[in-house]
Design a protein around this ligand. Structure first.
Ligand code: SF4
Length: 399
């Protein structure tokens, strides 16, 4: 059986399961396929076990009574469920947000608005010469990114592989595991401030002196040798720059020198699917309020919680108690929380309502969007009836 792994936004499509053994997956993928039956959520209301219909009924009651509800998460579920969640948010006049509001949403939005040229990972594998990982350490976040799509594979126009046909650049604040690979035909730039590196690129292109002029001059010369170069931007890029617009301008300017494409390197399996789904509906990728008809930083789930702007939250497939700072997640205790999750997460353990769901891509078929925007159909190993789609439909019907 050949499967697609929903472990990260690489969505590897070569996972083979034979005689109970898992082949080709990285360690994270292996865990997903090998241990998906463990730590499963149970239907709960106020800490007591109930049946699924009773939990859904209580969720409906909470959402009906809420004056300012929010829907949050959704980055690990399929597009079909994300669409339903957006419809539900519209019906409730609610806020809707996902992890991309503190991850790579802004960069994805720039790509969707065509402010930066982009490409597919398959194009990268076949054509890319200079490959820049900027603020991204795929060794941890996207374990097979370099081996399947970027640096290591031989491509149609890069037949001699990484040793001669690729030029690797890693930009980071520390010598990450990915930076350690930058040896031959490569450059590691350790930055204190990403803005200084952006500034150095601009100045070098204008023939002016700059802090990183020497490194940048070498990279620009390498880019000129090829008709395809790529920058993968990760969380370090997002948090390294106060204003991402200067990065968008840089990518545009680099294209005056040589073709340079940008691809976000976010790790949630279907974060881009959520961004695209909301963008199609509203023109924004995250932190959206249907009541206000707009997106704003103050509508990010973390801000809504911190500022006590919501009285109920429907949390789908994410674990804010695990991932958000304690002072933010502690505010969940002040509102009604409904968790839809396959696993008994930290948030599920304290939620008012828990609705156990299926694991997307393993127990529920559907579509996910790879980090480069390619839509991938995932087929379940075994379909579970009570999945995110079923649950969100039932909630919608109940309202
Ligand atoms: S790289 Fe990501 S998609 Fe590929 S096997 Fe690992 S976790 Fe799964």
């Amino acid at each position: 059986m050949i499967m697609i792994c929903p472990g990260c936004s690489c969505l590897c499509d070569d996972i083979t399961i034979k005689d109970g053994k898992i082949f080709n997956a990285c360690r994270r993928g292996e865990e997903i396929f090998g241990r998906y039956k463990e730590n499963r959520a149970r239907a709960m209301v106020d800490g007591k076990e109930v049946d699924v219909d009773a939990a859904i009924g209580k969720a409906v009651e909470i959402l009906k009574e809420a004056k300012n509800p929010a829907i949050y998460g959704l980055d690990t579920t399929v597009v079909e469920a994300q669409k339903l969640a957006v419809e539900l948010a519209e019906k409730l006049n609610a806020y809707i947000d996902d992890n991309s509001s503190f991850c790579l949403g802004e960069l994805v939005e720039a790509v969707l608005k065509k402010e930066m040229p982009t490409a597919t990972l398959d194009d990268v594998r076949d054509n890319a010469y200079v490959i820049i990982y900027w603020g991204s350490n795929p060794f941890h976040s996207l374990p097979r990114h370099m081996s399947r799509y970027s640096y290591y594979p031989r491509g149609a126009k890069r037949p001699r592989g990484y040793d001669e046909d690729r030029y690797l650049v890693v930009v980071d604040v520390r010598k990450s595991e990915t930076a350690v690979l930058a040896k031959k035909n490569a450059k590691f730039i350790q930055v204190d401030d990403d803005a200084e590196l952006v500034d150095s690129f601009f100045k070098a292109m204008d023939g002016k002196a700059a802090k990183y002029a020497q490194d940048v001059g070498i990279i620009l010369n390498e880019m000129k040798k090829a008709d395809f170069n790529v920058i993968f931007g990760g969380l370090g890029l997002k948090y390294g720059l106060k204003d991402l617009k200067m990065f968008v301008e840089l990518v545009k300017k680099l294209n005056e020198v040589a073709p340079v494409y940008f691809i976000p390197a976010g790790f949630h399996a279907n974060m881009r699917g959520f961004n695209e789904t909301l963008f199609e509906k509203t023109g924004y990728v995250n932190k959206y309020s249907f009541r206000d008809g707009s997106s704003d930083d103050s509508f990010a789930f973390t801000e809504l919680l911190m500022n006590e702007k919501i009285d109920a939250a429907l949390i789908v497939g994410t674990d804010p108690i695990y991932s958000l700072p304690h002072d933010v997640s502690a505010k969940l205790g002040k509102i009604k929380t409904i968790v839809v999750d396959p696993r008994m997460s930290f948030t599920a353990r304290v939620a008012d309502v828990v609705i156990p769901s299926a694991i997307s891509g393993i127990e529920m078929s559907g579509t996910m969007v790879r980090s480069d925007g390619v839509r991938i159909k995932l087929e379940a190993i075994e379909e579970r009836e009570v999945n995110d789609i079923h649950i969100l439909k039932k909630i919608m019907e109940g309202l």
